[in-house]
Design a protein around this ligand. Structure first.
Ligand SMILES: *Cc1c(COP(=O)(O)O)cnc(C)c1O
Length: 391
């Protein structure tokens, strides 16, 4: 069965051109880029080219790009560094809807005596800017807020938030893992100090990330050892993956227009059709500015996991907003923070598209999903009561 892959916010297919770009750097051009000889130099040249390509996508300078092993490492390194740079400041600000790569680290900091504020969001998933303004003070070391949410696609006004943080002398970091490659980013015209991205969310392989560090921003490395990455991230460069990421960034720049027209049109068609054909459905974050590829839809009185199983039988890969913890189904922290009612949060499905998504794939979901949801509602006692009540 051929997969219909609508889970691109979880991970993406490696683009064939990206794979071709990295292929020679395993068995043929395997030199260490830090070596003095010509053989290492060849690899160093390609790593430099990759750094330039990543910088170009971000509107940054190549010396502001630090290669890491993943988005999670970049997030951890940014927050950790800020706390070491500003040791007298004991307050950290983030939001309630962050990825666990940021949220878990921040919550762990409370055990180390830090004050941690998690800014809330409204019912559309928009950041509470008034709460943010009131929270930042002279004790705040770092404000870390995601650029775009992985579950709902909701975009935060990170430039505005960064200005608020900087005004109080705090550092500002953004987890831009979902934003990079999908919406234009220009760090040249920004006050953001640090930004994280991850290769496998934009058609590069898993296990490569970047921490953007604004020129002049003080920094303490997370990994120490050799002098790689100008002593800001020790460890032999993952040259093949770096080269792949460079190519992926170049392609992302070329496809940006398509992402925001064709991919967005497919997403909108999926959303609008399902809203019209399935009663008691709503779009999570529908009232907010969102990524062009993401649709998180709540179907009331059904289990998201059950929908996923039926979809999976048809080859459709999507994701639910819930994580299964210790046998009980906990609705996602993002949807809970948005105040999505329990009966909706449980039945939420995230479809995340890519430039490989086709109209035929979207047609299949539009055709099949209404009867799946209806069947599941008839099977559940709550759903039956609900349908009777509405009849
Ligand atoms: C995927 C993701 C991460 C983690 O990136 P990895 O490279 O998988 O560690 C962090 N933040 C967001 C918003 C993500 O979507």
């Amino acid at each position: 069965m051929k997969e219909i892959y609508l889970d691109n916010n979880a991970t993406t297919k490696v683009d064939e051109a990206v794979f071709e770009e990295m292929r020679p750097y395993f068995c043929e051009l395997y030199g260490n880029p830090s070596s003095m000889h010509f053989f290492g130099g060849q690899v160093q040249g390609k790593v430099t080219e990759a750094r330039n390509r990543v910088a170009a996508l971000l509107g940054a300078s190549p010396d502001e790009i630090i290669f890491t092993a993943c988005g999670t490492e970049s997030d951890n390194a940014a927050i950790r560094s800020a706390l070491e740079i500003l040791p007298e400041r004991r307050h950290v600000i983030t939001s309630r809807v962050e990825h666990p790569a940021v949220l878990t680290q921040c919550r762990n900091l409370t055990q180390k005596g830090y004050r941690v504020t998690e800014i809330g969001v409204d019912e559309a998933g928009r950041l509470d800017m008034a709460e943010l303004k009131a929270a930042v003070d002279d004790d705040t070391a770092i404000v870390s807020l995601m650029w775009a949410n992985n579950e709902t696609g909701v975009i935060f006004p990170v430039e505005e938030a960064a200005a608020i943080a900087k005004a109080k002398g705090a550092l500002f970091h953004t987890d831009a893992v979902q934003a990079v490659g999908k919406i234009p980013i220009n760090m040249d015209n920004s006050v953001i100090d640090m930004l994280s991205l991850s290769g496998h969310k934009l058609h590069a392989p898993k296990g490569i990330g970047v921490l953007y560090l604004r020129r002049g921003t003080p920094f303490r490395p997370f990994l120490v050892g050799g002098h790689q990455e100008k002593s800001r991230r020790a460890g032999t460069e993952n040259a093949a993956a770096i080269i792949a990421l460079g190519k992926a960034c170049e392609l992302a720049q070329n496809f940006m227009e398509q992402e925001n027209t064709q991919v967005k049109a497919m997403r909108d068609r999926l959303q609008d059709s399902l809203m019209a054909s399935i009663p008691h459905a709503r779009i999570n974050g529908g009232g907010a500015e969102r990524l062009p590829n993401t649709a998180s839809i709540a179907f009331e009185f059904v289990e998201g996991e059950s929908i996923l199983l039926y979809l999976s039988e048809l080859g459709v890969c999507a994701s639910s907003g819930s994580a299964c913890t210790s046998g009980s189904l906990e609705p996602s922290h993002v949807l809970r923070a948005m105040g999505v009612p329990f009966t909706c949060a449980h039945g939420s499905i995230r479809f995340s598209l890519s430039r490989y998504t086709t109209d035929e794939e979207i047609d299949l979901v539009i055709r099949e999903l209404p009867s799946i949801v209806e069947r599941l509602r008839l099977m559940s006692p709550f759903g039956r009561e609900f349908l009777k009540g509405k009849a």
